[in-house]
Design a protein around this ligand. Structure first.
Ligand code: SF4
Length: 209
């Protein structure tokens, strides 16, 4: 937990560092904080390890935290606890998260804005509810069709052919074209524009909708 002090080049006084570490641990409910100072990672549960990771991020007093699948490895019962803690911290410290996940149902539950990515590029982006309910990109459509009931109604499954290409050999034109059921000649020749189709709803496609 001292690493943020080194990488962020803040606070060199060891006594103050310890105070800040204890305070951060307390804010993520690692209690009593002193009892965790001498523990090794293998002596902590999965949930406690995630709390340590969140506390470490808080030490730098961030306005934004990038959380990459922070609960995917945790037991279901612990997931809810960690998500609750993240929301509580967001409100208490007025910060924001970029939350990276493969779980669209969870994204819908926690996100205010959503960006659907494919091969390192945003395919569709905007207000979370709008994107997940009134999706316009074929990839978003395919993802939603195989996600168990985000909005209650049954949808026909859209199974994409082939696999995601390697990130070092991006296809010509639209990078989704080798797998797209709507592919047209222009998709292979020209990269599509990223257009705002309505307020706060962007899509990267020659034929959205
Ligand atoms: S640009 Fe063409 S290939 Fe790409 S997503 Fe749109 S329809 Fe599919």
């Amino acid at each position: 937990m001292s690493e943020p002090f080194i990488t962020g080049k803040i606070e060199s006084n060891p006594v103050k560092r310890k105070e800040m570490i204890l305070k951060a641990m307390e804010s993520v409910k690692l209690i009593p904080p002193e009892s965790f100072l001498t523990k090794f990672p293998h002596q902590l549960s999965g949930g406690q390890r995630q709390r340590v990771a969140i506390a470490s991020a808080l030490i730098l007093n961030p306005r934004l935290i990038i959380a990459d699948e922070p609960v995917s490895m945790l037991d279901m019962s612990v997931r809810a606890e960690i998500l609750d803690l993240m929301f509580e911290i967001r409100d208490r410290y007025s910060l924001a998260y970029i939350y990276i996940t493969h779980d669209l149902a969870l994204a819908r539950f926690i996100g205010t804005k959503i960006a659907v990515m494919y091969l390192g590029k945003i395919m569709e982006m905007g207000d979370a509810r709008k994107v997940l309910k009134e999706y316009l990109h074929p990839y978003t459509r395919a993802l939603i069709s195989v996600t168990p009931r985000i909005f209650g109604s049954k949808r026909e499954k859209l199974i994409l052919k082939g696999e995601i290409q390697s990130g070092i050999s991006i296809p010509r034109g639209c990078r989704f074209q080798p797998r797209c059921p709507k592919r047209n000649e222009i998709c292979v020749l020209e990269e599509p524009p990223f257009i705002e189709v309505e307020a706060d709803h962007f899509v990267y496609c020659h034929f959205p909708g």
